[in-house]
Design a protein around this ligand. Structure first.
Ligand code: SAH
Length: 267
């Protein structure tokens, strides 16, 4: 590969160079001619090349780095169904740009990967405009997304992701498949929006509940739960939760139940 300049750490630039891995990722996407694809952080277009090969209806690639944006614009100037947009993906996600049925693909910039995923989960309109997410995370983050109750990786991220998404693990990728070689290994996950889930008036209430309850992981939940409910002991009792449990011992459903109760009382 020829680089325009030395890869920027601040933009999480680790480019995937292993063609077999790229092909395996593309295969998960099951990209057909009628699909619209959104690629997050295309970089030099290593994955984009293979997406274009499948000839979907439209491809939107969101690249924050101006130089890479210009590079891609030129590289794929003869590809009619390809659009590259020079924007921060976090700004882009909030905009109502698509109607439905989009496949999102991305070897994410790791410094903002959980932020990107959270903003895709917290969209006000549900089902959202995407039908599948195929995303690469650093392995430790993927382990937290996949974590089950009673494990040390279980926390806010798993509670939030399981709320509205079906999660599937595909495979791990060694750090040697990238340039520059990152310090961590990676994992490919895919997600599909759930059709049925516990409805919340404001999804940010779930964020608030998990933030307060996981603020002291090693302590029993009693004190934090009372704090959350502004010392309304009867409301806490109505939840019928064993207050001696630690936050990691609660099921995801219990957190959703707490969030519903919280917003019924406090809006
Ligand atoms: N998909 C490419 C590049 C992955 S590296 C490959 O696998 O080779 C991550 C890419 O995301 C880089 O190109 C980086 O410039 C871009 N990026 C970083 N932060 C971004 C943001 N906030 N919005 C959009 N793109 C971003």
């Amino acid at each position: 590969m020829n680089f325009l300049y030395f890869p920027k750490k601040s933009l999480g630039q680790n480019f995937l160079t292993d063609k077999n891995i790229i092909k395996k990722i593309i295969k998960i996407g099951n990209i057909t001619k009628n699909k619209t694809i959104l690629e997050i952080g295309p970089g030099y277009g290593n994955l984009t090349n293979y997406i274009i090969e499948k000839n979907p209806k439209k491809i939107f690639a969101i690249e924050k780095d101006k130089k890479l944006f210009l590079f891609l614009k030129n590289k794929f100037k003869n590809v009619n169904n390809f659009n590259v947009i020079n924007e921060d993906i976090l700004n882009f996600i909030g905009k109502r740009f698509f109607s439905s049925g989009v496949t999102v693909l991305g070897n994410l910039p790791y410094n903002i990967s959980t932020q990107i995923l959270a903003s895709l989960i917290l969209l006000p309109k549900w089902p959202p405009w995407y039908e599948t997410l195929i995303l690469m995370f650093q392995k430790e983050v993927a382990d937290r997304i996949l974590a089950k109750t009673n494990s040390k990786e279980f926390g806010r991220l798993a509670v939030l992701c399981n709320w509205r998404l079906e999660i599937k693990k595909h495979f791990n990728i060694s750090s040697n498949s990238f340039f520059p070689i990152p310090k961590v290994n990676s994992t490919i996950l895919s997600f599909k929006p759930k059709r049925s889930f516990i409805n919340l008036k404001n999804p940010y209430n779930l964020e608030m509940v998990t933030r307060i309850l996981f603020s002291s992981r090693r302590k029993i939940i009693k004190k934090n739960l009372l704090k959350l409910f502004k010392n309304n002991i009867s409301a806490v009792n109505e939840l019928k939760i064993d207050l001696k449990k630690r936050p990691e011992e609660l099921s995801c459903e219990t957190f959703y139940k707490i969030a519903v109760k919280y917003e019924n009382l406090f809006g």
